[in-house]
Write a protein that binds this ligand. Sequence first.
Ligand code: CA
Length: 225
Amino acid sequence: MRVLLAEDDEALVAGLRPALERAGYAVDVAGDGVTALLAAASTDYDVIILDLGLPRKSGVDVLREWRAAQRTMPVVVLTARDTWQEKVTVLNSGADDYVCKPFHTEELLARLAAVIKRSAGKARPTGPLTRGNLSLDETTQSIRLDGGDPLALSSIEFRLLRCFMLHAGQILSQQRLIDHVYDNSTEHDSNVIEAHVTRLRRKIGREWIQTRRGQGYVFDAPPAP
Ligand code: CA
C-alpha cells in the first residue's frame, strides 16, 4: 500500500512515518498543500492522510480540487480542531474519514485499513483479508492456508500479498506493484518484484499467482482440484 502523508508538523511526521512503514505502507511525505497536489498528480496512492492546516494551500482546498477532478482515492483528514462544524465541512468536502489531533497511532492505522477495504469494495472493516482458503492477518503480517498454522511474511511479501488480495482477479503490472510497495526514495527495479513474487509463491503455492507475459500478474484462488 502506498500512502501520501500530507503534513507539515515535522515531529508528527517523524513519529508517524516509521509506524506506517511497520504497518506495511510505503510512505511519501508532502509538507504543504501544493506539494501534496503535485505528488498525487503523478502517483496513484492507495490512501492519503491529509492535514487540514497545511501551508501554501489548505487541506480542505486540496481535497476539493481532488474531488472536483474525480480523484476518488480514500482520504483520511487530520484535524486539530474538534468542532462539529469542521467535521461537517471535512466530510462534505469528500473526506472518507477524519481523526482529531492528538490521536493514537493505532486509531489512525485502523481507520486507514477500514477506508482502504471499503474503497476496494470490501465492506468488512475488521478481521483478516481472505480469498479462498487463504487468509492474511494484517496485524501480524502472517498468512494461514486452510486454517493451518500462521506463516510469517517478510515486509515486502506482506505488502505484495495485500495488494494482490485487494485486487484479486485483476492484472497488476510490475510497475503498479512497485508503485504500491515502494516509496519514492527507495531504490528498486522490476527484477526485484519478480524475486519477491517467486518467494511469495513458495509460501502460498505457485498456482495462486499467474504470470501474464508482458502484462504482469494475476492473483486469485486456484480452482478446486
Ligand atoms: Ca499543520
